[in-house]
Design a protein around this ligand. Structure first.
Ligand code: SF4
Length: 224
């Protein structure tokens, strides 16, 4: 299948009972601030350019972010931080990402989550990560990305597993995740960044300047 068909298929996946129950319960009960909105409440497909040189790999949609808006990193504080950086780097046309029809557009970037459904406490289990991995490696196989911005250690491990599943030679021992770490795996250069969760951005573990530096690394490999 092409990317559109893949997106249609993933958006109706029900392979993980715990996550299906959670995403649907959150969509039913809603947060008070969004009580008048219809939540998406389903898996989040990839988003962005089909022939993008850059792929951004996140962890999983937030319960009231992507799980609400239907678009990854859209409608929550992590997305605000990330999109401000992408916009500064010329990779997004707007500095914010608030809803699926906000006019935002990625430039040379495809974005996807290692786990496509919102997990309780933002923590998928290893079994859920493995169940979702085929969606990532099918999508990566359809892209021609040269560089991956990998947000956090969980996404880093999931991406390496997906590449291994595609038959790409992943170095052993596996390269360790770190902020600013770069490693070439097959045709793809991975650049690690701390995840733009509020836990990291509110504590200063990930600052805007740090994000800008890893985005410079990404741009250097993207060869626009
Ligand atoms: Fe399907 Fe992935 Fe959602 Fe599990 S997390 S139900 S594999 S889309």
């Amino acid at each position: 299948p092409g990317l559109d068909e893949l997106s249609a298929r993933v958006s109706v996946c029900r392979a993980c009972p715990r996550l299906v129950a959670w995403r649907e319960e959150v969509a039913r009960t809603r947060r008070r601030a969004y009580s008048s909105e219809d939540y998406w409440g389903r898996p989040i497909p990839g988003w962005g350019d089909e022939d993008a040189p850059v792929v951004v790999v996140g962890l999983a949609p937030a319960a009231h972010g992507g799980n609400r808006t239907g678009r990854i990193f859209t409608g929550d504080a992590s997305g605000d931080f990330l999109f401000a950086g992408l916009h500064r780097a010329g990779l997004a046309v707007l500095p914010t990402s608030t809803s699926a029809d906000d006019g935002q557009r990625l430039v040379g970037v495809r974005m996807l989550a290692a786990v496509r459904c919102a997990p309780p406490d933002n923590r998928p289990t290893p079994a859920e990560r493995d169940a979702c991995a085929p969606w990532m490696h099918r999508e990566l196989a359809l892209l021609r990305a040269r560089v991956a911005l990998v947000l956090g250690g969980f996404a880093w491990q999931a991406l390496l597993s997906s590449l291994a599943a595609q038959g790409v030679a992943v170095p052993r021992p596996r390269p360790r995740f770190g902020h600013g770490t770069e490693v070439r795996v097959g045709a793809l250069t991975l650049v690690g960044s701390y995840h733009p969760s509020q836990q990291n951005t509110f504590t200063g573990r990930l600052t805007a300047a740090m994000l800008d530096r890893v985005l410079e690394q990404v741009l250097a490999h993207a060869r626009f």
